[in-house]
Design a protein around this ligand. Structure first.
Ligand SMILES: NC(=O)c1ccc[n+]([C@@H]2O[C@H](COP(=O)([O-])OP(=O)(O)OC[C@H]3O[C@@H](n4cnc5c(N)ncnc54)[C@H](OP(=O)(O)O)[C@@H]3O)[C@@H](O)[C@H]2O)c1
Length: 267
């Protein structure tokens, strides 16, 4: 790992989880373009190393990386301790790593759901709690938690995933209120379908026109999100089409929403 760092006290770091691919990688590129120093986290070392090297040389920033599985209970603490040992000042945390899923609830194992809940919720909560005291040391600080449009309503055939993302939205809004008199602004991103890994691409394809009209590239999503994140927006819904869906859910009685979502996601 590259640890020949300059004095960083005036150039704090943004920590991004799930930075080796997809939306997290797009966040890393966008932040590097804005000259933000980066701590990149994911399981796959070679990808992270390549990305860190390329961002450092292209944008003249500092970028370090930490490879670990955030679905392991002790990883958030190890990551925090590593950052403190390396004297990396952190003023922004982007909790992006997450795993998605589609299919009947009964067809996946409980072990799979446990890993999903560990990654999507517990690691995010642990990292947030560990890094708040560090972020508070800076005059401004931001936390971005990546939810989903599935944060906004129950989604049959994505039962557990949607529930984890509802948790992320609720946690983010409540924590933002608790921290309102501090230097930290908490935001939650609720993206719709975004072209990233092969499974997501297959799901977008299978959903036909309904999925495709809401689809965005990860680069466009990152550009829209980072701009709003830096202004401290509470809930970031990146496209007008998704904002329309959110508005519609407010007018449809709660009892009908699972049935409508079930029809849309059955395939
Ligand atoms: N794509 C969409 O349509 C969409 C829509 C709404 C919300 N989201 C949310 O956006 C976030 C990113 O999704 P994405 O589509 O960009 O996914 P992705 O392309 O699969 O990327 C996931 C990233 O997280 C890392 N990661 C996965 N499991 C990990 C673990 N156990 N420990 C550490 N890192 C891990 C992956 O790297 P390694 O495999 O190397 O660890 C990768 O860098 C997720 O929270 C997802 O729920 C995505």
């Amino acid at each position: 790992m590259n640890l020949q760092l300059r004095n960083n006290s005036k150039n704090p770091f943004t920590l991004i989880t799930g930075a080796s691919s997809g939306i997290g990688k797009a966040f890393a590129v966008k932040c590097a373009q804005l000259k933000m120093n980066l701590i990149l986290v994911a399981r796959t070392g070679p990808e992270l190393k390549r990305l860190a090297e390329s961002l450092k040389s292209t944008y003249n920033i500092q970028a370090v990386y930490f490879c670990a599985d955030l679905a392991q209970k002790d990883t958030p603490k190890r990551l925090y301790e590593w950052c403190m040992d390396q004297k990396l000042p952190v003023n922004k945390l982007i909790n992006n790593a997450g795993v998605g899923h589609a299919g009947p609830f009964e067809e996946s194992t409980i072990a799979f759901y446990e890993t999903m809940m560990q990654l999507n919720m517990l690691s995010l909560v642990k990292l947030t709690q560990l890094f708040i005291p560090e972020i508070k040391k800076h005059s401004t600080g931001n936390i971005l938690n990546v939810g989903s449009m599935a944060s906004l309503f129950p989604v049959p055939y994505k039962c557990v995933y949607a529930a984890t993302k509802s948790f992320v939205l609720s946690f983010s809004k409540a924590l933002r209120e608790e921290l309102k008199n501090t230097s930290i602004k908490v935001s939650c991103l609720c993206p719709g379908a975004t072209i990233t890994n092969a499974a997501v691409q297959a799901r977008i394809k299978a959903s036909g026109w309904k999925g495709k009209i809401f689809t965005m590239t990860s680069d466009k999503l990152a550009a829209l999100t980072i701009k709003k994140f830096l202004t401290g927006k509470t809930v970031i819904i990146p496209s007008w089409k998704n904002k329309m869906v959110m508005l519609l859910t407010k007018f449809v009685p709660d009892a009908f929403i699972p049935a409508i979502a079930g029809k849309l996601f059955r395939n």
